[in-house]
Structure formats: structure tokens, C-alpha cells
Design a protein around this ligand. Structure first.
Ligand SMILES: CN(C)C[C@H]1CC[C@H](N2C(=O)N(C)Cc3cnc4ccc(-c5cc(Cl)c(O)c(Cl)c5)nc4c32)CC1
Length: 330
């Protein structure tokens, strides 16, 4: 096992996969560590800075939480909350397809996270079931903000870079036209909802070159299979999201109180941010005691939000408190 000097004494790496390593924090909680080698990143380095900037700004119960960033000469170590439930993609495959009520429960969480993202001027631009993880409580967590964009002059300024996965990409993106981040995210959410309910994809293997074949006419026309087991309301909602003309596509704000999402007298989807950067006496005192300093000294350090080990510990304690567990740092 490659040992990383930068993690010594803080995290022991349990196992690493592809792009990331998974470690256990030495005092109590498991975290996910995305290890990025600066050399192989090459000119992708600015994208990592963008992802880090986004992750430090975002604080929402359905967006994977950033705990700590360790930068060395050769690597970035991005320490995040661990999602032990795996990818939503695998959850769908395992169950073949989900019931309407289970899909609704998951889709409400995705809409809440994306509405929050858009409210801060971000667009994810790579929404797909592989980028939606489950934590141990079956809560969804959005990940991979490497492509997320925050256009300098607001969300109604067009983007050009063709990015994301073609299968989930909106027609305007695949065809290389100008596009708006939020509209592209709504299309991808339509594909995602279809995948939840149908257990298959509306437009299979959409890729730039396959677009110029005959079957791509369906994609350009926004035509897809409407399985008989899907309800009329589900199909109507999906249809409003998979509108080829982005201007005809439903907006995220309309989704928040859409009848399908609120069916069964559920309240409109909430977009509330989770304010983890607030002063919490219990957590500050627990840390102050552990480090044998007075609470004010502890808070003076914490309120700088340096995303160092103290930030990670504080966010983990806040999570424990939110779940009603006792705060201890043995
Ligand atoms: C193939 N996919 C498109 C990505 C894949 C990456 C590893 C991940 N993972 C694993 O592969 N486990 C084995 C467990 C696991 C547990 N918790 C995680 C928490 C966060 C993340 C994560 C990964 C990336 Cl690439 C990010 O940018 C962010 Cl912001 C977060 N990955 C986690 C993760 C599953 C999905």
C-alpha cells in the first residue's frame, strides 16, 4: 500500500481505488479521500481548483461534504464525507427499476441539491446516476464537481465547452450550440428520473458521431420509449424535462412544487442550505477540551475555515450532533 506522508498520523488509508483513496480517520469516522496527482492532472489543474472552490462554498445535506484539503508538491488530498451506500446507478441496477414512491423520495433530494446549486450560480453539468452516491442512511449525495461551472456574469450567460457524458447530455450541448448550465442540468435530471423509473436510459449511447446516424433522429426530436408500466404523470414530468428546445424545458424552481414531486401531500421540495459554518458551543467545547485550549482560541482557529484537520474534525462533530450521537473525540 503506498503510504502518503501527508496523511501520516491523520488518516490511515484503508484501500485505494482508481482516482481516489478511502481512509479511516484515526479517531472515529471513515472518510473518502480523493487523491489527485498533480503531474497527471497537467493542464487540468485549474479544474481541480474550480472543484475545490465549489466544494468549499457548497453546504447542503445532499451534496457530498468537503472536510479537508491537503496540498503537497505532488498531490491534492481531498477529504470528504464517506458514502457507504455506493452509487445510485448500482442501486437501480440491483433493483432493476425503482417504484414511483422510491423514485420520488430520491428525486426530491436531487432536485433540492440542484436547486441549491443553481441558487448559488453553479451548474453541475455532469449529473448522472454514477455521480449520485448513497450514505449509510439512504440519503443521496451529489459528487464530482470537476465540471461544475459558475459563469462569471451569472447563470444566464451562455457556456460553450462541450463536457459531461453524452448519454446524459442535452441536445444543445451535444450539437455544440450555446447552452445555459441550469437548462443542461434539467435535461440530465430528466434522464436520471427516467433511469430511476424505467431502469434503462431514454437515449442509448448518444455520442457525437452516433448522432449523425439515422437513429439519432430520435434524440434530436427528443423521442424515447414510453414504457407501459410508467404512470401518465411520470411520463408527463419526464417529457417536460426532456424538451429538445431548452426554452420549453421546465425550470428547477417549477420542479420544487411540481404535482408529481408533491404527490401524497408532501410539502414542496426544500432548498435550505445546511449551515455547518456556524458556531456550535458543544462542538467547539469538545474540541477545545481535547486540545487543552480555551474555547475562544479554538473558535478563533476554526472560524478561518482553512479546511485543515480542525475543520474536518469540526464538520464531523457537527454531523454527529445532527444525527443525535454523543460528541466524543477519543
Ligand atoms: C465512477 N464515478 C463516476 C465516481 C466514483 C468515484 C469514487 C466513489 N467512491 C467509491 O468508489 N467508493 C468505493 C466508496 C466511496 C465512498 N464515499 C465517497 C464519497 C465521495 C466520493 C467522491 C468521488 C469523486 Cl470522484 C468526487 O469528485 C467527489 Cl466530490 C466525491 N466518492 C466516494 C466513494 C464512487 C463514485
Amino acid at each position: 500500500m503506498v503510504r502518503y506522508q501527508a496523511l501520516k498520523g491523520l488518516y490511515e488509508v484503508e484501500r485505494t481505488i482508481g482516482c481516489g483513496g478511502f481512509a479511516k480517520v484515526n479517531h472515529w469516522r471513515k472518510v473518502a479521500i480523493k487523491i489527485m496527482d498533480k503531474i497527471s492532472l497537467g493542464d487540468d489543474l485549474p479544474r481541480v481548483k474550480l472543484e475545490l472552490k465549489a466544494l468549499q462554498t457548497l453546504s447542503h445535506e445532499h451534496i457530498c461534504k468537503l472536510f479537508q484539503v491537503i496540498e503537497t508538491d505532488g498531490h491534492f488530498f481531498i477529504v470528504m464525507e464517506y458514502c457507504s451506500g455506493g452509487e445510485l446507478f448500482d442501486h437501480i441496477v440491483e433493483k432493476n427499476r425503482l417504484s414511483e414512491s422510491e423514485s420520488r423520495m430520491f428525486f426530491r433530494q436531487i432536485v433540492s441539491a440542484v436547486a441549491y446549486l443553481h441558487s448559488l450560480g453553479y451548474a453541475h453539468r455532469d449529473l448522472k446516476p454514477e455521480n449520485v452516491l448513497l450514505d449509510r442512511y439512504q440519503n443521496l449525495k451529489l459528487i464530482d464537481f470537476g465540471l461544475c461551472a459558475r459563469p462569471l456574469d451569472g447563470m444566464d450567460s451562455p457556456l460553450y465547452t462541450s463536457c459531461g457524458s453524452p448519454t446524459y447530455a442535452a441536445p444543445e450541448l451535444v450539437l455544440g450550440n450555446q447552452y445555459l448550465g441550469p437548462e443542461v442540468d434539467v435535461w440530465a435530471m430528466g434522464v436520471l428520473l427516467y433511469a430511476l423509473l424505467a431502469g434503462s436510459l431514454p437515449f442509448d449511447d448518444v455520442s457525437i458521431d452516433s448522432l449523425y446516424k439515422k437513429d439519432s433522429a430520435k434524440f434530436k426530436a427528443g423521442k424515447y420509449e414510453e414504457p407501459s408500466f410508467m404512470s401518465k404523470e411520470s411520463l408527463r414530468l419526464i417529457n417536460s424535462m426532456l424538451q429538445v428546445d431548452p426554452k420549453k424545458r421546465i425550470t428547477v424552481n417549477k420542479l420544487l412544487s411540481h404535482p408529481w414531486l408533491t404527490l401524497g401531500i408532501l410539502d414542496p421540495v426544500e432548498v435550505k442550505m445546511e449551515n455547518s459554518k456556524c458556531y456550535d458551543a458543544d462542538c467547539v467545547n469538545t474540541m477545545a477540551k481535547h486540545h487543552q485550549v480555551v474555547a475562544d482560541t479554538m473558535w478563533d482557529h476554526l472560524k478561518k475555515w482553512k479546511y485543515d484537520y480542525h475543520t474536518a474534525t469540526y464538520f464531523l462533530l457537527m454531523g454527529k450532533k445532527r444525527r443525535g450521537s454523543t460528541l466524543k473525540m477519543n
